[in-house]
Design a protein around this ligand. Sequence first.
Ligand SMILES: [Zn+2]
Length: 61
Amino acid sequence: MVSCPVCQQKLKLSFLMLPGALVVCPKCGTDLRVVSRDPDRVEAVPLEETLNANAKPESYA
Ligand SMILES: [Zn+2]
């Protein structure tokens, strides 16, 4: 069990979520990355990183 670093919502990570996996907080919608398992730790993904991953207008030209 981990807490969202933004809103403190308790999150239960699936055993399938390995370090590096991305999860979206169901409460505040922040993109979180699994940093480690046992103990479970997550960190908020920097906004610019999510923009780079999702918004590539040149790909659709
Ligand atoms: Zn949250």
